[in-house]
Design a protein around this ligand. Structure first.
Ligand code: ADP
Length: 350
């Protein structure tokens, strides 16, 4: 398989690309976790190969860094196909989309990251391309404009998104396979960082791996990023080995707490508690109060705080839960005690 990152403007190349590429699993057996998705995809790949057909279009959704790009490149590899990579925001005009599609060969995979960010008029080009493998383009303007239809080779579109809800129904319906990637378990992340440490030639104990895994917010990309930083501390201030203690003290110094909260997450929790009486507070008001982008809060911080059960989303805004108060070492106000918990308290005090 060859992999081409399309050189369309505006698409940020991932940081530390060399290391990223080295750490990125190339085969299904190196891709840890997401077992059901992996099993299903392997069946679909085998079936398509047996029939000598291309794979149906695939939509992958889930938080950034959960392995959508990696999985796509593994699937393309298993199909012996070329993978072309681009992203929604990089495709600015319908002509860009038409050019990308026109450049595809039979069996190619086209990966579009952040597909929910495609403009509607660009998205519409995809409808007939995905369904009938044709490209309808309008030439000229005004009354003299005419439409021509170009045949496209059969290709597989892999769309990736962090926000399935923002996808239009016509686009969503054109994907034959839709998979939701879930956050990873600590054990799975431990396995991932252990493999990454081997690739990077860093000594690491199981405790070291576990400590990094626990603070990686269920996300392989974050686990690998933390490993790289802990490796720096291990090599400069210790003997180069990542033990549990080395990982712990390095991550503490990076302001990543034992469950993986960073300074922004903490700022959010403290702001809701101190400035808004524990909530509810609307997203924009909260964002303005801590000088962060609403989008960053919604896409990066909030999903993990929700997953930990530290905040809740109510129709009137975000509130900090009892667990959230407890995590900061605070006692929740009395209004946070639900009737069920009151009963437990009565029961416990007897
Ligand atoms: P996304 O496309 O969802 O943002 P990526 O596919 O770019 O995420 O994954 C980020 C990095 O995390 C990859 O480079 C890879 O090193 C690692 N990674 C992701 N998923 C897995 C996995 N299931 N097993 C091992 N490593 C993984």
């Amino acid at each position: 398989m060859t992999e081409d990152r399309l050189n369309t403007t505006g698409y940020n190349q991932i940081e530390d690309e060399d290391i990223e590429l080295k750490l990125r699993p190339a085969r299904f057996d190196e891709y840890i976790g997401q077992e059901k998705i992996k099993e299903n995809m392997q069946v679909f790949v085998q079936a398509a190969l047996n029939r000598g057909e291309t794979l149906d279009h695939v939509l992958l959704y889930g938080q950034p860094g959960l392995g959508k790009t990696t999985l796509s490149s593994i699937i393309a590899g298993a199909m012996n196909a070329r993978l072309r990579i681009t992203a929604g925001p990089a495709i600015e005009r319908p002509g860009d989309m038409a050019a990308i599609l026109n450049d595809l060969n039979e069996g190619d995979f086209l990966f579009i990251d952040e597909i929910h960010r495609l403009n509607r008029n660009i998205e519409e080009i995809l409808y007939s391309a995905m369904e009938d493998f044709v490209l309808d383009i309008v030439i000229g303007k005004g009354p003299g404009a005419r439409s021509i239809r170009l045949e496209l080779p059969r290709f597989t579109l892999v769309g990736a998104t962090t926000r399935i809800g923002l996808l239009t129904a016509p686009l969503r319906d054109r994907f034959g396979v839709v998979h939701h990637l879930e956050p990873y378990k600590v054990e799975e992340l431990s396995t991932i960082v252990t493999r990454s440490a081997k690739v990077l030639d860093v000594g690491m104990t199981p405790e070291g791996a576990k400590e990094i895994a626990r603070r990686a917010r269920g996300t392989p990309r974050i686990a690998n990023r933390l490993l790289k930083r802990v490796r720096d501390f291990a090599q400069v201030q210790y003997d180069g080995n990542v033990t549990g203690d080395v990982a712990k003290s390095s991550l503490d110094r990076l302001d990543i707490d034992p469950v993986g909260l960073d300074s922004v997450d903490k700022k959010i929790l403290w702001a809701i508690i101190e400035k808004f009486g524990g909530g509810p507070v609307g997203l924009d008001t909260l964002a303005a109060s801590i000088d962060e982008e609403a989008g960053t809060i919604e896409d990066v911080a909030e999903p993990y705080l929700l997953q930990l059960g530290f905040i809740q989303r109510t129709p009137r805004g975000r509130t900090v839960t009892r667990l959230g108060y407890n995590h900061l070492g605070l006692r929740p106000p009395i209004t946070h005690i639900t009737p069920h918990e009151e009963q437990l308290n009565l029961y416990e005090s007897k």
